[in-house]
Write a protein of this length. Structure first.
Length: 241
């Protein structure tokens, strides 16, 4: 978090921890939020950011995002003002050539959200293309459970055991893989505006005063009738239909 903007982008371009375009974008968002919240000097040049991300996509072979990301608004603190990040250059031109599918959580976030501080459950309906026939009761899908800790560490666990799905409305197929998932939070207003809030960089908050930082982060995930978690699921070229 003490990196300059240039140092951050250089690190993102080579780090093995960063495995996708969306993760890189979320890292920049988290960095600006952290620097702004701690009154630290920072500057993000949006033109440089876009060029650097384009280079990362080409050099690292990252897939472009689904077209629905064009509708998302992500604002970055640029030092003096907030600027909206333009997703359009980083989205596919059509759904047909997209390597990802977006999977909506069944439950909306209409109650106080406390998934960062206590165990929670997120249910998703999703039939993997490799599953051609299924006669199991309920819908194909999967469950993610949050696993918090006293140290304010926060992870998600993909439920894969039969016991996890007893008395649930979904059942699990082994074709679904945790490493193919990227979870994020989508906040939608009544006027149609959509905001994307990242989850993948919560680990950067696990330092001094971690519990208070987690609580502040949790407050960003506002409740509402159109707010929900989503999973960006990556397909191999051989399995997507």
């Amino acid at each position: 978090m003490n990196m300059s903007a240039d140092e951050l982008l250089d690190w993102l371009s080579v780090s093995e921890t960063v495995t996708s375009l969306l993760m890189a974008i979320e890292a920049v968002w988290t960095w600006t939020e952290y620097r702004y919240g701690n009154n630290q000097v920072y500057t993000v040049n949006m033109a440089v950011l876009s060029a650097k991300l384009t280079d990362m996509v080409e050099r690292r072979g990252w897939s472009l995002l689904p077209t629905e990301f064009i509708k998302y608004e992500v604002y970055l603190f640029t030092g003096r003002e907030m600027a909206q990040f333009n997703f359009r250059p980083f989205c596919v031109s059509s759904k047909d050539n997209c390597s990802y599918v977006v999977i909506n959580c069944v439950e909306m976030c209409t109650e106080p959200l406390s998934l960062l501080s206590k165990e929670g459950k997120l249910t998703f309906h999703f039939k993997h293309p490799s599953v051609t026939t299924c006669n199991l009761p309920g819908k194909c899908g999967f469950i993610l459970k949050t696993v918090p800790s006293k140290a304010a560490l926060w992870t998600l666990r993909l439920c894969t055991e039969k016991e996890d799905y007893v008395n649930e409305t979904v059942h699990f197929h082994d074709e679904i893989r945790a490493e193919k998932m990227h979870i994020y939070f989508s906040r939608e207003f009544s006027n149609g505006s959509k905001y994307l809030l990242p989850m993948s960089w919560l680990g950067w908050l696990h330092s001094d005063n971690a519990v208070n930082k987690r609580n502040n982060w949790e407050n960003k995930f506002y409740n509402g009738s159109n707010n929900r978690f989503k999973v960006l699921y990556k397909f191999d070229a051989s399995t997507k239909t």
